[in-house]
Design a protein around this ligand. Sequence first.
Ligand code: ADP
Ligand code: MG
Length: 729
Amino acid sequence: MLLLTSLEMLEPSTSVQYVKGIGPRLAEVLATKGIHTVDDLLHYLPFRYEDRLNPRSISELRAGEMATVIAEVRNSGLFRTRRMPIFQMTAGQGRARLKCIWFNATYLRDRFKPGQMVALYGKVEQDYRGGELQLTQPQFEIIGEPSEDGSTDSAEQTFAASLEMGRIVPIYESAGQGRLTSRWFRRIIHTALQNLTPDLPEPIPAAVRRHLSLISSREALHKVHWPEPGESLEDLQSSRTPAHIRLIFEELFFVELGLELKRREQKAQTGIAFQLNDSVRSAIKRILPFHPTAAQKRVLKEIASDMEKPFPMRRLLQGDVGSGKTIVAFEAAIIAMENGCQVALMAPTEILAQQHYFSARRILEGVGYRVVLLTGSLEDDRKREIRRHIAQGNAQLVIGTHALIEQKVEFAKLGLVIVDEQHRFGVLQRFKLMKKSDGSASAAQGEPDVLVMTATPIPRTLALTLYGDLDVSVIDEMPPGRTPIVTRRVSDDRSSEVWDFVRKQAAAGHQIYVVYPVIEENEERELKAAIKMYKELSQRVFPQLRVGLLHGRMEADLKDQVMRMFQKGELDILVSTTVIEVGVDVANATMMVIEHAERFGLAQLHQLRGRIGRGAARSYCVLMTGGKVSEDGERRLDAMVRTGDGFQIAELDLELRGPGEFFGTRQAGLPSFQVANLIRDRQLLEAAKLEAAAVLAGPNAEISREEISKALRHMRAHWQKSYGLVEVG
Ligand code: ADP
Ligand code: MG
């Protein structure tokens, strides 16, 4: 018997299909939730808990509260009102009755039978006549069937009921379009825990556990799913029980350990120690078209001091749109070029690469640096020729898109890589990219320095911890002479007033952007689309003005041409999609009209608005809404009108969208988390970073060599499994 159970023991790495009750088919459904192993299943945490140990009695309910009620089904039925079908169920406890209603819920028709026990959870409200209390749209679970012949429950039923009642019960998100219910998860996870091997490995060093008073992994897994009767419901709901803290910390700790290790490895590599003598300094001074701000001076100092050191720079330069990152990048480029090295400047789009190229020619070519632009739209012959120049070292500054430069460009002597506007570029992708560049530099020469520039203001605590592999510099000051942008929102039934204002701006010699969410009408029916509105605006609304069109599906040549015309002031109005979102810099553009502003994300609106307000003249941003605006939409528009501060906007955006969406986790190449939440768990993240650094600083009296290598092994397995990165560490 004992032998049998030990054979059936589940290891964390066991595939979920071997958990009793799952099997290959359901395992596939679970895989869509990212649940592949027993360990994944056990980290599928309840999103809330119900107190069914002390459920409320109907008579003590108060309007306005959220309550869990356990009661017996009395009767139910579907009512058709003029507006919609309403399903109504009456539940009872002894003589007390409670009405529950669900709108549009025809699917509930045959769901309840009199005599069933149900657990209900929802908001207590007064019914519309102001009379009885009712639960509106409660979540429910049928937890006991009526015994038909009056016989006693079977042992199995009693066991099942014990999971549903008389305790704090975990509630899980369902999966497989509702096929795998919360109740199903409860039973399966219970089974998995029962059969879980008693000796779970402990990958966190004892000293770290002691510092944070962490409980064991096994205890945490049990208690997070099946809290003990005395546990605080509030701590449970906010994921602050010792069990939650152990699991969350563990996840963050191994992410930070990987980042920290990477950072150390980078620091240990041989880089290029650039000379920063007087001739380099005067070369930098020579190009400056204006006095740099104090913030620009400070970040240049930080960059220059990295560049002087004999190990490779890995620095993130953060600065809100328009804060003047480009000139800082050019200054860094000069340091490298004056030291006889080449510089690669990578932009995310062709338009941006193009624009950097124009600025570079204006600022750098005039004083003798050789700048080339490498874009996909060049003729093959021309591309080959440019590549030759780069390989021979004639080209000093190479500007292009990421795709192009990453591919097959050979440099004679690459000293500095500048990655611009990569807010869609996170740690994971950077790891992959840098890995790639490892091979390209010859050992004698040293690893090139890397400067990443981003306009996404990332709340500072998050930046420091998440970009743990990078040093961070922040430009927190705008160039002088800017007047704040006036932002207004109007409904599009007042568009003629807006167009009048556009005419005035144009008459004063300024330029205007008009932005649409989609290119063509048929993409989303009621949305105004760029192409159609371009026709409308150029022919009917502004026949006397010069109107251009820019969108992502145009030929690259044509895009360049339009952009150049706008830059030179040959167009008054540029009708566009979000292709202008990043980096475009036309100081004479003083007005932006964003149609269907309710459709855009907050970060996107902020980026778009950053295209104006770049000169001395007052700039105006008009957020036009068309149709109904959601609650979140209201908050976004409201934030835009209220503030121009990118960090404030980022904080709110993070709050509205949650970290996954905010960073576009996968896309952004940021680690995605099973149990941690970057906003809620900020403090644990900081603690994890500190502890990870301390572990890597060992071994010492607190932490043994064995513990460190055990932690590192676990970390590698975690990174490999979660992010497919083998090369960490
Ligand atoms: P971003 O940080 O968004 O890339 P840019 O580098 O494009 O910003 O700079 C925005 C505008 O501000 C450019 O027109 C640039 O020439 C100008 N600028 C940058 N720094 C200064 C400064 N110190 N004084 C005056 N104008 C500046
Ligand atoms: Mg820029």
